[in-house]
Design a protein around this ligand. Structure first.
Ligand SMILES: CCCCCCCC/C=C\CCCCCCCC(=O)N[C@@H](COP(=O)(O)O)[C@H](O)/C=C/CCCCCCCCCCCCC
Length: 218
């Protein structure tokens, strides 16, 4: 299915995407924004190949990716090198709406928080995929991961639309094929290697946001 919609050079490679997330970490355990955003861009490309039912999700992810790219390309781009430097810069300069929406709807801290919550979904979903059996239903794995993570932050209408989209996910064999990694055992092994690093990126961000009381930015 996906081969029909993606040309050879555009073909999704899960390994590349996961490598990008793994390359997010600096020696000092800071999270590099360029790589973080590039990882999401790769995932969105994969999601687009699954059909137009996912486009409302893709649009939101793309707009958040673009906000982060704009920060990086802006005159204060150097302050947005890592999530840690961004948090310091935006808080020191009062550039985040902390309690109610106001002058900074596109702050880096707010925007990245949305992607960060989605990273938890990804971690839970990939872990389910890794441990599933051949007949495991990706739609069930996806919706369980969603209910344990992102769903609590979404209004009813988004939860409903997401549930409908998840039903359109292909089965596990097709899903594994589209990942373009190799036979299922190889996918499982690669997920086993990559997941601890994704978890580390998630946890470092979570701890940073928690220390600065940023987990509920409206
Ligand atoms: C080969 C690996 C397998 C995994 C492939 C995963 C591909 C996923 C790619 C992108 C995931 C989308 C990330 C979505 C970010 C959502 C951020 C968010 O929560 N936005 C909401 C809040 O934003 P503000 O209004 O406060 O600015 C916004 O309201 C959301 C709107 C759209 C709906 C988001 C639904 C998210 C469902 C995530 C599961 C994606 C399932 C894809 C399955 C392949």
């Amino acid at each position: 299915m996906a081969d029909a919609v993606m040309s050879e050079e555009q073909k999704f490679s899960l390994k590349e995407v996961l490598d990008t997330f793994q390359s997010c970490l600096t020696e000092n355990k800071e999270v590099k924004i360029d790589q973080y955003v590039a990882g999401w861009r790769g995932l969105v490309r994969f999601m687009n190949s699954l059909g137009s039912v996912f486009s409302f999700i893709s649009k939101d992810a793309v707009s958040k990716i673009q906000i982060m790219v704009n920060h990086r390309n802006g005159e204060n781009g150097a302050q947005y090198t890592t999530i840690q430097s961004m948090v310091k810069y935006e808080l020191d300069n009062g550039l985040v709406d902390l309690t109610k929406r106001g002058s900074f709807p596109e702050s880096g801290c707010r925007t990245l928080l949305r992607l960060h919550r989605a990273l938890r979904w990804l971690e839970l979903f990939l872990e389910r995929l890794r441990t599933s059996t051949e007949d495991g239903k990706t739609s069930v794995m996806c919706s369980e991961a969603y209910n344990e993570s992102l769903a609590q932050f979404h209004p009813w209408i988004i939860r409903k639309a997401s549930g409908v989209a998840f039903c359109a996910l292909p089965g596990r064999p097709t899903f594994f094929e589209v990942m373009n990694v190799g036979p299922p055992e190889q996918v499982v092994a690669m997920l086993g290697d990559a997941l601890p690093l994704i978890s580390e990126v998630y946890q470092l961000t979570q701890d940073l946001y928690s220390q600065h009381n940023l987990l509920d930015i409206p």
